[in-house]
Design a protein around this ligand. Structure first.
Ligand code: SAM
Length: 244
């Protein structure tokens, strides 16, 4: 049936494509994707030939409107280069617009690097907070970490190899005493997951420069650390609300 189908695709190992993803990709008349070459390769390996159109959330309203018009008439798939669309990937605006216009939206579950990393890391998973990519600039990055310091949950970030050491340094500085885990090349041949203090992990990767794709996880704060952060926040609030 017509509508939007959000289709998760593998994050490295092609074996992770779901039966349902193959079925739906085979049935749609149009595939909206980030990069037609990347998605073309996937479709090719699945033995499918499909009309593709490039889409990202910065696309002009006209491009989005054309996709919405297509979804009213026929089934349209949305995929990203790897993993689950919308998760640090395009699609949010498209889904929002589709819902506002009463177009049927279906999401096909599949791999997402954040969830794979969490289950693999051995860090507490009863509560977790996924925060996408940290900002590039030093001050903005530290501000985000400060904002998250008191959150009683495992923190998860997407990272890239060239930025890993900077991110670890910032975590060591702003969130001292917290264990971190680095999950790299998930589902691929050189998959690894290391944990330790930010210093230990940074020393390892300074000696063995990391390659490939990375999820960075930070253990929740200890109870005492949360109490301290709460006390800080209360004090700040008191100072701010105090009348001169
Ligand atoms: N939508 C994707 C998902 O659901 O996982 C994420 C897309 S985001 C643009 C790309 C980032 O995801 C990478 O920089 C890395 O942090 C993470 N990532 C993707 N594949 C990965 C893998 N195989 N191993 C580790 N991290 C991965």
């Amino acid at each position: 049936p017509a509508g939007l189908y959000i289709v998760a695709t593998p994050i490295g190992n092609l074996g992770d494509i779901t039966l349902r993803a193959v079925e739906v990709l085979g049935a749609v008349s149009l595939v909206a994707c980030e990069d037609t070459r990347v998605t073309g390769k996937l479709l090719n390996r699945l033995g499918l030939k499909k009309r593709m159109v490039r889409y990202d959330d910065h696309a002009d309203a006209g491009a989005r409107d054309r996709l919405l018009a297509a979804m009213r008439e026929e089934p349209v798939a949305l995929v990203s280069d790897a993993g689950t669309p919308l998760i640090s990937d395009p699609g949010y605006r498209l889904v929002r617009a589709a819902r506002e216009e009463g177009i049927a939206v279906t999401s096909l579950p599949g791999p997402s690097a954040a969830v794979v990393a969490l289950t693999l890391s051995g860090l507490p998973n009863d509560r977790f907070l996924f925060a996408g990519f940290l900002p590039n600039k030093v001050k903005a990055r530290e501000d985000v970490l400060r904002e998250l310091a008191a959150v009683p949950a495992t923190l998860m970030f997407y990272e890239t190899a060239p930025r890993l050491l900077d991110a670890l340094a910032a975590i060591g500085l702003v969130l001292p005493g917290r264990e971190v885990a680095v999950a790299r090349e998930l589902t691929k041949r050189f998959e690894e997951c290391r944990h330790g203090s930010p210093d230990e992990i940074a020393a390892h990767y300074a000696a063995h420069p990391p390659k490939g794709e990375i999820v960075l996880l930070v253990a929740p704060p200890s109870d005492e650390a949360v109490d301290e952060a709460d006390a800080d926040a209360l004090l700040r609030e008191a100072l701010l609300t105090e009348k001169p």
